[in-house]
Ligand binder design. Structure first.
Ligand SMILES: [Zn+2]
Length: 149
């Protein structure tokens, strides 16, 4: 109810000039060190539109300054875009991880298989030797027995 001073200075059109940088997403802190506050626009152009504003600029009711100003809906859209970008990047990383995992798994599987095979072959060879020795032993015993008889 305080007239012109309570109106939002930054419309979507005229506010961009003289601003040092475009704020992407929800602004964290103004360059002047002040936190941002969430306010509701009372301007004719954007009635009841919510915006973030540098607390200092808001308290001093500054107009046409270069302190933080960002529409909340635009900020949230930025955040969603950022999340989508992050999401697709994460998906890519996940994809790479999965590929690496299956590669490692395949390698491990192959190595394990090879090792098991080696062990089996070795065991088989030993077993054959034992069987052979047993057969030879038996034959020897039989031969000696028949000689003694
Ligand atoms: Zn500021």
């Amino acid at each position: 109810m305080s007239g012109a001073s309570s109106n939002v200075s930054g419309g979507s059109s005229g506010s961009s000039c003289g601003r040092p940088r475009r704020i992407v997403g929800v602004p964290k802190k103004c360059w002047c060190g002040e936190q941002n506050v969430a306010l509701i626009s009372k301007s004719d152009h954007n009635p009841y539109r919510r915006y973030y504003r540098c607390a200092f600029a808001a308290s001093k009711k500054l107009v046409n300054d270069n302190h933080n100003f960002k529409w909340v809906d635009e900020a949230l859209l930025d955040e969603i875009e950022k999340l989508q970008l992050k999401n697709s990047r994460l998906e890519q990383v996940l994809e790479e991880l999965r590929a690496t995992e299956s590669m490692i798994f395949e390698k491990l599987e192959k190595e394990t298989f090879d090792r098991v095979e080696d062990v089996l072959v070795e065991a088989n060879r030993k077993m054959k030797k034992v069987v052979l020795l047993g057969v030879v032993g038996c034959l020897l015993v039989v031969g000696i027995m028949s000689l003694l008889r």
